[in-house]
Write a protein of this length. Structure first.
Length: 502
């Protein structure tokens, strides 16, 4: 513990984002250029080094939070970097993208303000690179075993890095033209600049991981053939099946899936084109869905120059305090404001979200373009429409951010490997992350079928970046054990573990 009285002496002070108008004028990260180190070191000193650090339980990676808080409080960035990297392959991703359930599990959160764990993590992660504490770590010797990783999101990258470092020859296959999955095309630049991703990919290349882009396994290359070529295959294709909204008028022009819209915007920041094929410039934008993807669409639309932005959420507006049914250290559903909400509120003066609302239908003009939608209030529990509450709002651009039902079904990958679905619509797997196939004879029919593992959202369903990295690390340990009979790789979670719940 840096300061045994730190939590009494210092109030919680998060790092402040850049002013709203400044960040709306560019695509840089909301914290870009903000001074962190003196404030972060002070805030790290608020950590009590609890006898039972529940922040560990709040994070599936099992991050050694009190330890790196202590080192950050002393400004010993090398030691902090070692402790952070001990459990997390990509802290520069999680420090920017994770909603920090560890903070709600902080013991201080019982009756006070928790430690600013996320700020400390991001500061350490940035120091890791600025001070050269992340050199490539190629293996001392090769095992002679080959592993194919399908998908290059955080789960696939974590699995690939772990398996490469232990000595296996790993190739990552990505159907898009660049490595990164949703980190590349689903996360806006203002949440995480892609230089952080590019830097990690170059580190992994230097360690020996191979990358093949533009290869759709199951179409461009047979999935069964891939399994035969390799000693093991890790499937980490994510949960890319987007939920639909089957209401009248859905066929109108100007209604798009959120991820398609974000991908087009990210291609502009990548330099592929000067302007996106779908833009919010000058339009009245309505985002349907109250989650993080909807918030990302809002921030993107504001930077593109939208005339107005409204976000519809079918859930009731949460309160400011923990609900009785969600006691500490559970991550509670409380009223939260993202940076995008703050930006929209600054322009309109009110929260841009409309809670407890359901879309009934879309209405279009003579050219077949959407110009408005009809919505109504819903009852909180039953989600039934309240009679007499229907009203219309203008909409030139509608973005569907309704989440994901799981991995895409019926693909060549799924059919050729005989993958089955569990009760939640994800790829079925056993307690060792190994894929379950449709036919018991599949192992005999396809050499290598026994060495197929499922990692990340493809097996868990839509989740957080910390769960994806934890899945990748655990699946890598299971794969290494399959290939060699034992493993020293850490496995922070089991396939059926879930977040803390009351």
């Amino acid at each position: 513990m840096t300061d045994p009285h730190g939590f009494l002496r210092f109030p919680r002070r998060p790092v402040q984002a850049r002013p709203v108008q400044e960040r709306l004028s560019d695509w840089n990260e909301v914290y870009a250029g903000q001074a962190r180190l003196p404030l972060v070191s002070e805030q790290a000193g608020r950590c009590m080094d609890c006898g039972i650090p529940f922040c560990h339980s709040g994070c599936p990676l099992g991050n050694l939070i009190p330890e790196w808080n202590t080192y950050a409080g002393r400004e010993d960035w090398r030691a902090a970097a070692e402790r952070l990297h001990a459990t997390n392959n990509f802290p520069e991703f999680t420090g920017r993208l994770c909603p920090a359930p560890c903070e709600d599990a902080c013991v201080l959160a019982i009756n006070a303000d928790p430690v600013t764990i996320k700020n400390v993590e991001q500061a350490i992660a940035d120091q890791i690179w600025e001070r050269g504490y992340a050199p490539p770590r190629p293996p001392e010797r090769l095992s002679g075993k080959t592993v194919a990783v399908v998908g290059s999101g955080p789960a696939g990258l974590a699995a690939a890095q772990q398996l490469t470092r232990i000595g296996h020859t790993v190739a990552v296959y990505e159907r898009a033209d660049r490595i990164g999955g949703l980190l590349r095309y689903g996360i806006p630049e203002f949440k995480m600049e892609k230089r952080h991703l590019d830097r990690r990919i170059e580190q992994m290349r230097a360690e020996g991981t191979g990358f093949r882009t533009g290869v759709d396994i199951g179409n461009d290359l047979g999935a069964a053939e891939l399994a035969e070529r390799n000693d093991a295959v890790v499937i980490a294709v994510g949960a890319r099946g987007q939920r639909e909204l089957p209401v009248p008028g859905r066929e109108l022009q100007g209604i798009h899936q959120a991820m398609d819209y974000l991908t087009l915007a990210n291609r502009v920041t990548e330099g592929d084109c000067e302007a996106p094929a779908v833009t919010a410039e000058g339009k009245q934008v309505v985002i349907i869905g109250g989650g993080d993807t909807g918030s990302d669409c809002m921030g993107t639309a504001l930077r593109q120059g939208a005339a107005s932005v409204v976000q519809l959420d079918i859930n009731p507006e949460p309160g400011g305090d923990r609900p009785e049914g969600e006691p500490w250290p559970v991550y509670p559903k409380v009223y939260r404001i993202s940076h995008a909400h703050e930006e929209a509120r600054g322009r309109a003066g009110t929260d841009p979200r409309v809670f407890a609302s359901a879309t009934l239908r879309f209405e279009g003009d003579r050219t077949g373009r959407v110009h408005s939608l009809r919505l109504a209030e819903v009852e909180p529990q039953a989600r039934r429409v309240r009679p007499g509450t229907e009203r219309g709002i203008p909409a030139d651009l509608v973005l569907l951010a309704l989440g994901f039902y799981g991995p895409e079904h019926g693909t060549g990958l799924m059919q050729q490997l005989g993958l089955t679905l569990d009760s939640r619509g994800n790829f079925a797997r056993n307690a060792c992350f190994r894929a379950e196939t449709a036919e018991p004879s599949a192992r005999a029919a396809r050499p290598g079928a026994d060495g197929i593992f499922i990692a990340g959202d493809a097996g868990r369903g839509q989740s957080l970046v910390v769960w994806a990295i934890a899945e990748g690390r655990s699946a890598a340990a299971a794969t290494d054990r399959y290939l060699t009979g034992s493993t020293v790789l850490p496995a922070p979670i089991a396939p059926h573990d879930r977040p803390l719940a009351a």
